[in-house]
Design a protein around this ligand. Structure first.
Ligand code: NAP
Length: 648
């Protein structure tokens, strides 16, 4: 970004604010660094901003009690009150990137690289981009140019919004009878989002109304469907429909897509110029292969296939798995079950997420989000930083760091110390649990569990909860038996055992130029793509969250999906601008990208010999994680590099 940035307040943020009592409450409750940024947005008084620098700290103390001296905090609140209520409302500011960068740095207590400013500016929602179809001089997609989107979850809905804004005719194929994807399907007890939703949401639809910082699944689902309704997405959706096959027609330069009605099984073929895969990565679940599981006579439900009408109250419940889903289910189940036995196969690092301790978003803070201009954008920036790229150094191995067995870099070590301190403090009365729970691999080697008071670790200590670390040997009609011969009689088994990620296409068949078969090319473990989005020989076929594009160092799936949708529409625009029919990456670009991914991956924690996770294929190759920062990935997906593309 080398031009001045004009920042436009949302329409709900009109100055002057006339509800003085509401504003006072908001200023008292709102996040102080974010308020400082609002003040600085209007005044650009960098000296004043920098006077707060000694008191604003970096990651892992992000939500620690405010250390800004009360007199300074009061001064800031008073200044803001005057600014926001004065009859001659201040003009909408224009910020130059360097001022913005310095402000951001003070706000999060860390230096911000100049290269990050454009991505932060875009993704924080400071300025709504002009819909593509309103851009002067942009060629209009020709009649009959049709995009078929597979999946109506978080990605499919955003794709619909952006395709519409770009003037493309599109259809979303959704297997369920409602939009929302993961958030529609996952209904297990306690289902919710680990990433604060003030960030885990669309940059083009910031929501000041989240009831908590980590909303439950239903609230996320309502957000997604309300966005879909606002933008009129539903009329483009074919519900209850599966895609079985997509086949490129070389002669017609179109995809022939075989669709199947989920209820009747009837199939039909539709034609599309482009196909966008938005069917999610964590989508295919199945019962794990545990001997005797099918002989169990009691209640048996997988997290992703949960029937919420089934009550576990008063029952003896087994929970298999200790990943992110289990850590949400466990506390909810333990509240009502007579007994809960948690079966742990391997240890997961648990990290304190202090903001969860005050999870309800107060009315004062909602007032700030709704009415104080730019507060919700600055707050989003803060959340992004502490849950997004600010965490990248944690997962990158520092060759100079001495003992990689324990940790891989100074910041990884700091995160370990922070997590360890939390676990030890929380479990101080239960040394038996400490021994069972503290992992022997560096933190972030697999996905961490976020915790808070009353959460996962506290649940482990409840009198009705047992943590079993002996491996399961087999399951009988009414019991789970461990290798050591311990028999747990249970009424219900809750399976939080994750998803099948390989083979990456699942049952979907994709045939490109000359009938080449993507599933065969990838085999079980070799899914690769260019930027995680395209592959040579598969023209106009676009993946989202495809190979090596998941932001596993941090939160930010929302950012990646927006970046990929942007890239895809830019690629479609290249076809239109060239008057062509098809676009695909060159083999060189594809090979080069995969070489870069492989090189970078060697430096990442997921390549640590002790790190085992679902990111790895059976051959130990990480095909899920993007080894680069969100900001870099965002930058590279602004538009396709012409030299990397063939338009025909
Ligand atoms: P997961 O991370 O794959 O965890 C599965 C758990 O089941 C692991 O503890 C695994 O042990 C265990 N397991 C698997 N098969 C087993 C078997 N046969 N016997 C015993 N234990 C077995 O799955 P998940 O918890 O559903 O989470 C998947 C992903 O969904 C997360 O990483 C996250 O990306 C996403 N998620 C997000 C949220 C959110 O808040 N946004 C919430 C839930 C999930 P091992 O560790 O030994 O493999």
């Amino acid at each position: 970004m080398n031009k001045l940035a004009k920042i436009t307040a949302a329409s709900s943020c009109q100055l002057p604010i006339t509800d003085h009592a509401g504003l006072r409450t908001a200023l008292a409750e709102a996040n102080l660094p974010s308020l400082l940024m609002v003040y600085a947005t209007y005044t650009q008084d960098l000296d004043y901003v920098k006077s707060f620098a000694p008191y604003l700290t970096g990651a892992y103390t992000a939500s620690a009690p405010n250390t800004v001296p009360e007199a300074m905090a009061k001064d800031l609140r008073d200044r803001l009150f005057d600014l926001l209520t004065r009859p001659d409302a201040p003009a909408e500011p224009v910020l130059d990137p360097e001022t913005l960068r310095q402000m951001m740095g003070v706000s999060v207590g860390e230096d911000i690289a100049p290269s990050l400013v454009p991505v932060l500016y875009d993704q924080m929602g400071f300025e709504q981009p002009v819909p593509r179809k309103e851009l002067p001089g942009r060629p209009t997609p020709p009649a009959g140019f049709k995009v078929l989107v597979i999946g109506g979850g978080m990605t499919g809905i955003a794709a619909g919004v952006k395709l519409e804004e770009a003037g493309y005719d599109y259809t979303i194929i959704e297997k369920n009878d409602e939009l929302g994807g993961t958030w529609y399907e996952n209904r297990y007890p306690g289902v919710g989002v680990d990433t604060p939703s003030h960030f885990y949401s669309y940059s083009f639809e910031l929501n000041p109304e989240w009831s908590t910082y980590h909303p439950k699944g239903g609230e996320v689902q309502n957000y997604l469907t309300s966005v879909a309704d606002k933008y009129g997405i539903r009329r483009h959706v074919q519900f209850g429909t599966m895609v079985d096959e997509a086949r490129w027609d070389d002669a017609g330069n179109v995809w022939k897509v075989t669709l199947r009605d989920v209820k009747t099984g009837a199939t039909r073929v539709e034609t599309a110029t482009a196909v966008m895969l938005a069917h999610g990565v964590l989508n295919r679940w199945s019962m794990p292969k545990i001997a005797g599981l099918d002989t169990f006579k009691g209640i048996k439900m997988h997290s992703a296939g949960w029937d919420p009408s089934v009550s576990l109250a008063g029952k003896r419940v087994a929970l298999i798995g200790t990943g992110a889903s289990a850590a949400q289910m466990g506390p909810a189940i333990a509240k009502e079950a007579a007994e809960l036995t948690i079966f742990q196969r391997s240890k997961h690092w648990v990290l304190n997420a202090p903001e969860r301790n005050a999870d309800t978003v107060s009315e004062g803070i909602k007032f700030a989000l709704r009415h104080i201009p730019h507060y919700k954008e600055w707050y989003r920036f803060r959340v992004y930083w502490f849950t997004g790229d600010g965490l990248y150094p944690n997962v990158r191995m520092d060759p100079d760091w001495p003992n990689h067995d324990v940790s891989i870099s100074p910041s990884n070590d700091a995160a370990r110390t922070y997590a360890l301190g939390y676990i030890q403090e929380r479990l101080k009365t239960r040394p038996d649990l400490l021994e069972k729970l503290i992992p022997d691999y560096p933190i972030f080697g697999k996905r961490i569990i976020l915790d808070q008071e009353g959460g996962w670790l506290d649940t482990m200590m409840k009198p009705n909860v047992t943590l079993e670390t002996d491996a399961i040997d087999h399951i009988e009609a009414d019991a789970i038996v461990t290798k050591g011969g311990k028999r747990y009689e249970v009424d219900a088994i809750a399976l939080a055992t994750g998803f099948e990620l390989t083979p990456a296409l699942g049952p979907l068949k994709v045939y490109g130029r000359g009938g080449c078969d993507l599933a065969a090319a990838w085999g079980h473990d070799e899914a690769r793509a260019y930027l995680g989005v395209m592959a040579p020989e598969y023209p106009n076929f676009f993946m989202t969250l495809g190979p090596n594009s998941a932001p596993n160092h941090a939160a930010g799936v929302n950012m990646v999906l927006e970046a990929q949708i942007n890239f895809i529409i830019e690629a479609l625009d290249m076809i239109v601008a060239a008057g062509g029919h098809a676009i695909e990456p060159t083999m060189d670009a594809y090979l080069d990208w995969n070489r870069r991914v492989e090189e970078q991956m060697k430096q990442m924690i997921w390549s640590h010999p002790k790190a085992k996770s679902y990111y790895l294929t059976s051959t130990g190759r990480n095909f899920v994680s993007c080894p680069f920062t969100l900001a870099d990935y965002w930058t590279w997906t602004r538009r396709p590099d012409k030299s990397a593309m063939v338009v025909s």
